[in-house]
Design a protein around this ligand. Sequence first.
Ligand code: RP5
Length: 164
Amino acid sequence: MLESPPVAIVMGSQSDWPTMRHAADTLDTLKIDYEARIVSAHRTPERLVDFATRAKTDGFRIIIAGAGGAAHLPGMIAAMTPLPVFGVPVESKALSGQDSLLSIVQMPGGIPVGTLAIGKAGAINAALLAAAVLALSDEDIADRLDAFRREQTESVALFPADEG
Ligand code: RP5
């Protein structure tokens, strides 16, 4: 088994990175290692098969997959690995990501993809879910996740402020 980081962040295109980097930033905040790769279900299908079939033996434990439009990437990865796959629908230009969402969420029974919200919130939450899974067997990550939640709660003002 090779020593990959616990989380793989994969995306269908370079154009997905501005969304998917929010997952990466969140993992950085929690000090969780990851590797980010471009894997296109349609443009690089052999790369997809290679990645998905080897992901577990490479040492990854969780896969976060983001794609837009005809977003087959998360589902195809899930079809080829037993690892948990979290899907992030990237906001598409033509249909505002509703196409991405429906492409990812409507998996047939038997091959699950945990589907998040469209766009930035989905990318952040995919990373937080990945952290929560890892926290089940890693007390340091559990402590950092607890601290993150505590700080988030404390940062919410009681009263709204005027902007500007
Ligand atoms: C999908 O097509 C990608 O995930 C991306 O969201 C979308 C558009 O890709 P580009 O044409 O910008 O490379 O496969």
